[in-house]
Design a protein around this ligand. Structure first.
Ligand SMILES: NC(=O)C1=CN([C@@H]2O[C@H](COP(=O)(O)OP(=O)(O)OC[C@H]3O[C@@H](n4cnc5c(N)ncnc54)[C@H](O)[C@@H]3O)[C@@H](O)[C@H]2O)C=CC1
Ligand SMILES: O=C([O-])CC(=O)C(=O)O
Length: 309
């Protein structure tokens, strides 16, 4: 029996709950929101879809009553403001830090053994906030960004090469901001290094588009994305619940890996029933390491804002 709580029943949270339900990743999904009746409504709508899409995951909604979330195996936190055009993710820190703090306090009261996946932005620093509040080990508090950013990179490549996105393997590191580090040297298409299939200028343009991929959608829609972020969050929960040992880029506290200490950054990890089961250390070249360090600097600046709040 696997139980997943999703806090925040807005665009990302409701999408994650829907994917968890229709793909039968969990037996029970509890959606929580602060808006009266909102989570109950979304949960009921997802449940009413079950006879059409044929799944039996129970979906439960709750307005801020965390007793319904008791003994969750995984908790996905999406509560908080999304950005509007013209904003950076970091602009959300003052509002979202308070929300993530209070939600985490409620979550751990009822699910002291849960593994927590943060989605709220600014992602790396909100993961830090959840860690400070929960005092959970770093293996059990992580952030979702790398799967999404890598998916954008893969989708752009699949389009440019006119191949299936299924055949693209890639890894992306760093913070979930415009300093993220896509790694063409670790990108293959059906086992073939991507550099043998695409010219440098096109590849560089795709790397740049990936870095600002979230902003591209905010500009188009007036709010941020949800289908890919919701699916990516559910995919992380699935890896944990089913002990799949998937290799994904995940935001985690680094404690000396890559020569970086006490900073939250996206790196490739093995994800299984214990959460982050291993951090994979790639042998980055000088240029790649320089990009990772500049991403670290950007994240640290926002971590400092939180420390000084
Ligand atoms: N890590 C990532 O890659 C991504 C992160 N995000 C972030 O996820 C967050 C949510 O985005 P959306 O779902 O689009 O926003 P949304 O506005 O559609 O939903 C957020 C929900 O959180 C709820 N909420 C606010 N305070 C709460 C509290 N204290 N307790 C429970 N619920 C509360 C709101 O009532 C709202 O329903 C944003 O911070 C956004 O920036 C969005 C996409 C990707
Ligand atoms: O761009 C945003 O604000 C939301 C987000 O993190 C993303 O879609 O990558």
């Amino acid at each position: 029996m696997a139980k997943v709580t999703v806090v925040g029943a807005g665009n990302v949270g409701a999408t994650a709950a829907d994917v968890l339900a229709y793909r039968e990743i969990a037996n029970e999904v509890v959606l929580v929101d602060i808006k009266d009746g909102f989570a109950e409504g979304k949960a009921l709508d997802i449940w009413q879809k079950s006879p059409i899409n044929l799944y039996d995951t129970r979906t439960v909604g709750s307005t801020n009553d965390y007793s319904k979330t008791a003994d969750s195996d995984v908790v996905i936190i999406t509560s908080g403001l999304p950005r509007k055009p013209g904003m950076s993710r970091d602009d959300l820190i003052s509002t979202n830090a308070g929300i993530v703090k209070s939600v985490t306090e409620n979550v751990i009261k009822h699910s002291p053994e849960a593994i927590i996946i943060i989605v709220s932005n600014p992602l790396d620093v909100m993961t830090y906030q959840a860690h400070i509040t929960s005092q959970f080990p770093r293996t059990k508090v992580m952030g979702m960004a790398g799967i999404l950013d890598t998916a954008r990179y893969k989708a752009f490549l699949a389009e440019a090469l006119d191949v299936s996105p299924k055949d693209i393997q890639a890894v992306l590191m760093g913070g979930h901001g415009d300093t993220m580090v896509p790694l063409p040297r670790y990108t293959t298409v059906g086992g073939i290094p991507v550099t043998e299939l695409i010219d440098n200028d096109t590849l560089e343009a795709i790397v740049q588009r990936t870095k600002t991929g979230g902003g591209e959608l905010v500009k188009l829609m007036g709010t941020s994305a949800w289908y890919a972020p919701g699916s990516a969050s559910a995919q992380m929960a699935e890896a944990i619940i089913k002990d799949q040992k998937r290799v994904f880029p995940v935001c985690v506290k680094l404690e000396g890996e890559y020569g970086i200490d006490n900073c939250y950054l996206g790196v490739p990890v093995v994800l299984g029933k214990n959460g982050i089961e291993k951090i994979i250390e790639l042998d980055l070249n000088e240029d790649e390491m320089a990009l990772l360090k500049s991403s670290e600097k950007a994240v640290r600046e926002v971590m400092n804002v939180l420390d000084n709040k």
